[in-house]
Write a protein that binds this ligand. Sequence first.
Ligand SMILES: Cc1cc2nc3c(=O)[nH]c(=O)nc-3n(C[C@H](O)[C@H](O)[C@H](O)COP(=O)(O)OP(=O)(O)OC[C@H]3O[C@@H](n4cnc5c(N)ncnc54)[C@H](O)[C@@H]3O)c2cc1C
Length: 403
Amino acid sequence: MLDPFPATRSAALDRLDAFSSHVKRYAGTRNFIAAGHPHVSRLSAAIRHRLITEEEVVRFILERHSFSSIEKFLQEVCWRTYWKGWLAKRPGIWLDAVARTSNKNNEPSDLARDAMNARSGCAVMDEFTNELRSTGYLHNHARMWWAAYWIHHLKLPWALGAQFFLDHLLDADPASNTLSWRWVAGLHTPGKTYIARPDNIARYHPQHPTAGLEALHQTQPSIPVDHADLTTHPLPRCPASIDNSLENFTLLVHAEDLSIEHSNLAPSKPAAIVFLDHRDSHISAARHAWLDTVIADAQQRLSDHYSVPITTIHQATELPQWLQQQQVQHLIAMAPQVGSLADALFPAINELTQCNNCQMHWLQRPWDQDFYPAARSGFFPFWKKVSRAPIFHPQEPQQVFAF
Ligand SMILES: Cc1cc2nc3c(=O)[nH]c(=O)nc-3n(C[C@H](O)[C@H](O)[C@H](O)COP(=O)(O)OP(=O)(O)OC[C@H]3O[C@@H](n4cnc5c(N)ncnc54)[C@H](O)[C@@H]3O)c2cc1C
């Protein structure tokens, strides 16, 4: 039997293979909620942590289907890239979300606590809450309805709801989550809100429980004031591979890229690997358990591939001392995206590089290098540009691609 939410690379590849036979029906069925979620891939947690990459998913599917028959699925895979590129240019949005939830004076109200504990009185929302808490997954439509119910019906702070999702989702992604919540709130596309309507829920979730649903007819939009700094910053540019002459370096691996041995770093020969297993403090037991399996799988693959010792560190603040003790002169890592891992890691690396002879080499996958710059305005202009890239047209003669 396939894992419900693949927690190893081989399980994720099996899921992709199995889903490939459904993908042509994806556009017509993806919005419907059914038991076990057969209409969607449930690959998001695996892709978020790069047990398998977006590029691998796209290549695999396009080896079996024509672009036009599965474009909707390709678009959805690229929504993550769009959100990541968008947030990378506007880190102030993430800082605002963090500030809103880290203020100890903003303790959740009784209303918020009831909603987070499946006691909202709206049975279908409580069903989703229970599913999120027990499995770490919600269908995209359920996420939209739940966020809309929280913001516009219960009039609760969007950032608190977003944090609740980050604590429980196996695929918790600072970019997809924060920006989707802001989109529902009407902050991403100013003035355009998303409201959960009973008829829409009934159509796409035919088995929904009905208690308390009628009240949703009265929901009026409630657009929060945006305090985020929306200034755009240049994208950090990192190379895609290391200088071949570099010797005696250590690889720093973290949970934002768990298939390093399937990257440009595959042929490299690190002297050692340090694995930063950073976890946010409030994450659920289900997410901890899933990450335990995912990280054990990644470490096994790293060990098989590179045959060097792997040291696990849990706090980024422990890194400088460890690297100093090991006299590491060159440290190589995939650059983390805007989010809590980067918030923990960058100060530690700055401390290290300022006080020591250790040089940090951040890398980026070519996928991110190529596509983040296109996340300039809306998703569809982004898709128009990105979908011209040769990877989406494997049957055509390959050309050099640049925006
Ligand atoms: C309020 C809200 C919060 C969300 N928070 C997260 C989050 O923390 N992490 C996260 O990964 N996704 C988030 N999403 C996006 C989306 O709901 C999930 O990626 C999707 O439901 C995952 O299920 P799946 O793998 O079965 O998707 P499928 O429908 O099978 O899609 C295939 C792949 O495309 C990507 N994808 C699909 N839809 C989206 C989308 N809307 N945005 C970004 N990528 C997408 C995922 O990698 C997914 O695995 C959020 C959406 C909303 C509305």
